[in-house]
Design a protein around this ligand. Sequence first.
Ligand code: NAP
Length: 305
Amino acid sequence: MSSTWHILGAGSLGTLWACRLARAGKAVRLILRDRQRLQAYEQAGGLTLVEQDHANHYAIPAETADANGPVHRLLVACKAYDAAPAIAQLAPRLAAGAEIVLLQNGLGSQDEVADQVPQARCIFASSTEGAFREDDWRVRFAGHGFNWLGDPANPAAPEWFDELHDAGIPAQWTVDILTRLWRKLALNCAINPLTVLHDCQNGGLLGHLGEVDGLIAELGELLGRCGQPQAADDLGEEVHRVILATSANYSSMYQDVRAGRRTEVHYLLGHACRAATRHGMELPRLEHLHQRLVDNLRARGLPSA
Ligand code: NAP
């Protein structure tokens, strides 16, 4: 098995991971969207990672999905809605037994990917690290955090797991990755859509705590029905704590909407509502929130799924 890390998507998280792995001497290759993007990348001559105002340049080789050669180890670092189409392009190159790490926020995209590549092992990740693009091929590492990785179908950690530590990527293997992803999804559902609808910073929700608490109650019911009761433990307390601790911040969904970017709503609140329907549950507050958000996005000309 080749030990090259193929990294699909050289955006915020893709750049953060690629540069740290390359810096630690690991073999890394980027997979970019198309030939135009590859040409632009080659002109730039590499990726730049800015950490505490020190910018470092990494001349990491890049290719497109239709290049030759098998892919054994792949980090998928695009948005949730891009993951399945991107994997469809790359599927012919995935070796039997290939390992794919999925960095997408929310739930649903991981299964869309796994369904397409039965020959591969899909490892789910949940990240609290923060990075953003200052420019094309230039990313700022904005918030230290942590990464949990796990495979709902196989509790054994992959043999390369310690390479993450070698590269200074804080990570832990967990058998409860779905619980972590559901918990993060629930926090997102209780906070982010309301910040868009009320046009406010996270702290603005302190004026709408009744609405927030109604959502928390329904999310708790949903998590229980989805076999994730632990993801509901003290959910309300954590939501309140996050609102207070990040009161001056704008949520990621708010920032996407403001910048006219597509949101990942389909894999967050949308996923929660689809799961409720699948279980025959009626969760009117979540449904109503979803409908209002969809209407709001449509009115702005943004995709609502
Ligand atoms: P991002 O900055 O928008 O980067 C996504 C990258 O994917 C872009 O560079 C895009 O290419 C590329 N891409 C899309 N389709 C592709 C394809 N078919 N082939 C190759 N590349 C493709 O997104 P991000 O912020 O890194 O987020 C990635 C995921 O991590 C999301 O699910 C997000 O919610 C999650 N996450 C992000 C953060 C964070 O701080 N950024 C933190 C936690 C979780 P172009 O450059 O050509 O558009």
